[in-house]
Design a protein around this ligand. Structure first.
Ligand code: ATP
Length: 608
């Protein structure tokens, strides 16, 4: 059966993460705090590597993306403009008895017998309380009288405050019915839940000494909004021209109703987000005479200068669809480059009715986690919604002036101008109408926008690849976890746990072992090797215990390479092996002899 096996795997992962210092529960000594996690020494390195690799792929190796480091607390208007006050209000339902909450869209359907009551009465005092409630006896449990009684008794807790001790109460007005697929009953207590209500997922705080409504601020629920708010500053100071992107990594906070699946759904987490600004399709068509098809994206492959993989070379005639397809593919390649094979990932194209009203397409990249295939990253084509919203709310211009467009427009034939003008007008009109702008005003503003396009002005559209660091760490850990059989010191086979991280993300790149700790010459040489490597990569020096044990410890930490300094290194087996060490590969366990002088180059070629 798949289920228990998967749970066993998750249990093993959670226990290894704690035992080896990848992830700990936050505030564990005080009983923990739900939805918050700390990264131990190995986890912190893993996380740092992942963020650095993302930054390298998205910013350093590209000419068309620049970085941003914005604050976590922003002016409250940012939330209103972005619509996040609405987006981050999930519908939630509560058990009236236990007060436990669940997200309305996440309750699994249940079938069984429903026992409904109108209230309860105390036979000793004669007092009665009228308060309707219902309890579900799930299917298969209805013949168990003890279980049924327990549930009803439990539900009496709803009334016993008013009437006294629950065990003396008598339930009133019982009716019994059946349900086959209901989502109205709390999965734990079985009590009928309250109606769905919006629950704000944003963490609230106050700026300044006075805790009043004027000073309310929120911790950002995503890193993206600051990118939009700083768009104009970045554009003006970075000498970039559309199309270009702004990248940011950092903490985000969401007061999730039911944090779950270890770090998968946390209340404090990190994101890595890119907002890639592009021209509207009408501008592309005016300049290039056409908008490229999606099929042209993969046909544009060239060798990327900073990697040995083929990447498509962006083209001026790309519109939003081509750019969106390009970014989906780039992000999958990124995952492959850090050790998540394509076969562990899935693309989920959101259906039209799942899309946000402003989104033209959204692809979720899913990973096959042990608890199910779930979202790792979302890549959304968000039209010009975000910058338009900030323009409306701040009163500051968010549009750009595009000289190429102005010149191209002047050369267009009248019929072509009319067609593009009309298309742009319609798109802006749709946006304004969706916002509830009155018909006359919407027509006036949309006309101004379309006239602006003819003069070379527009609000850039955006493609947003948005990834979660913590989910990626969990995916990397789940993917790396492997058990195999290997001989111990006495040649007896034992189970070996190996974290098969790609060397690029591995927390420790190389371990250095003197064969024996009580031989000063070996120790001296081993320390020299460690010092040689330290400026270039993370190194772990270990001289404690039998060499096989030391290898095992590093296998569990996911260290891809081990170096042993032995008597041959000292030249005791002849001059040809002097100053060579044994290099052990974590995955194959194969050992080769390498010259100390060649180590830095060799290892750097594998871990970069
Ligand atoms: P989900 O519905 O899976 O919670 P979402 O669609 O709300 O995610 P986005 O708002 O698109 O997610 O956020 C982008 C990315 O940030 C997600 O793909 C995920 O990797 C990460 N992320 C979002 N919420 C959380 C969370 N509570 N804990 C950990 N990571 C998160």
């Amino acid at each position: 059966m798949a289920e228990p096996k998967e749970n066993v795997l998750m249990e093993k992962i959670v226990s290894l993460c704690k035992r080896r210092g990848f992830i700990y529960q936050s505030s564990e000594i005080y009983g923990g705090i739900n939805g918050f996690w700390d990264y131990g020494p190995l986890g912190a390195e893993l996380k740092r590597n992942v963020k650095d690799l993302w930054w390298r792929a998205m910013v350093h190796t590209r000419e068309d993306v620049v970085g941003l480091g914005a604050t976590i607390i922003m002016a409250a208007q940012n939330g209103k403009a972005s619509g996040k006050f609405d987006t981050f209000a999930d519908l939630m339902r509560e058990c009236p008895l236990t007060k436990k909450r669940v997200r309305a869209d996440q309750v699994e359907t249940q079938g069984g017998t429903v026992f409904r009551y109108t209230g309860a009465r105390s036979p000793t005092t004669g007092w009665a309380v009228e308060k309707a409630f219902a309890v579900l006896e799930p299917k298969g449990e209805r013949h168990d009288p003890a279980r049924k009684k327990a549930r009803q008794f439990y539900a009496l807790g709803l009334l016993d405050k008013a009437l006294g001790s629950a065990d003396t109460l008598e339930l009133l007005g019982e009716t019994i019915s059946k349900v086959t697929s209901s989502t109205d009953f709390h999965p734990e207590s079985g009590v009928e839940m309250t109606e769905p209500r919006p629950f704000n997922l944003m963490f609230k705080t106050y700026v300044g000494p006075v805790a009043d409504e004027e000073n309310v601020a929120y911790l950002r629920p995503e890193t993206a909004q600051a990118i939009f708010a700083q768009f104009k500053n970045v554009l003006e100071t970075s000498r970039q021209k559309v199309p270009f992107g702004i990248a940011q990594t950092g903490k985000a906070f969401r007061n999730e109703v039911t944090p779950r699946n270890y770090t998968f759904l946390s209340r404090e987490f990190e994101q890595m987000e890119l907002e890639f600004f592009i021209k509207p399709d009408e501008a592309v068509e005016a300049i290039c005479g056409r908008v490229a098809s999606v099929a042209e994206v993969s046909a544009a492959n060239i060798q990327h200068p900073a990697s040995n993989i083929q990447h498509p070379m962006p083209r001026p005639e790309w519109g939003w669809e081509a750019w969106h397809t390009y970014w989906v593919e780039e992000r999958i390649r990124f995952y492959e480059s850090i050790g998540l094979p394509r076969a562990t990932l899935e693309e989920y194209w959101q259906k039209p009715d799942e899309l946000a009203h402003y989104a033209r397409a959204t692809v979720d990249i899913l990973f096959k986690f042990p608890f199910g295939t779930q979202e790792l990253e979302g890549i959304a084509a968000r039209s010009d919604f975000d910058l338009s919203q900030h323009e409306r709310f701040s009163g500051k211009q968010m549009g750009v002036f595009d000289e190429d467009l102005r010149i191209a427009w002047g050369k267009l034939e009248e019929a072509q101008r009319q067609k593009l003008w009309q298309r742009y007008y319609d798109a802006r009109h749709r946006y304004l109408t969706k916002l509830g702008v009155a018909a006359e005003q919407a027509a006036k503003e949309a006309k101004e926008d379309a006239d602006g396009l003819a003069k070379g002005q527009y609000i850039p559209h955006v493609i947003e690849p948005s990834a979660g660091v913590d989910r990626l760490i969990l995916a990397l850990i789940a993917n790396a976890y492997t058990e195999d059989q290997a001989p111990d010191e006495k040649g007896k086979m034992e189970t070996r746990v190996v974290m098969k991280f790609h060397p690029r993300v591995a927390p420790i790149k190389v371990a250095v072992f003197p064969l024996l700790r009580n031989k000063p010459d070996l120790v001296k040489k081993a320390r020299e090797v460690r010092d040689l490597l330290l400026p270039h990569m993370t190194v772990f020096y270990d001289d404690a215990g039998a060499i096989g044990r030391r290898y095992r410890r590093q296998d569990e930490a996911g260290t891809p390479f081990g170096l042993t300094i032995d008597f041959e290194t000292l030249g005791e087996a002849g001059p040809e092996l002097k100053d060579t060490v044994t290099l052990r590969d974590r995955d194959t366990m194969q050992q080769t002899r390498v010259k100390i002088g060649e180590l830095v180059t060799l290892l750097l070629s594998k871990v970069r």
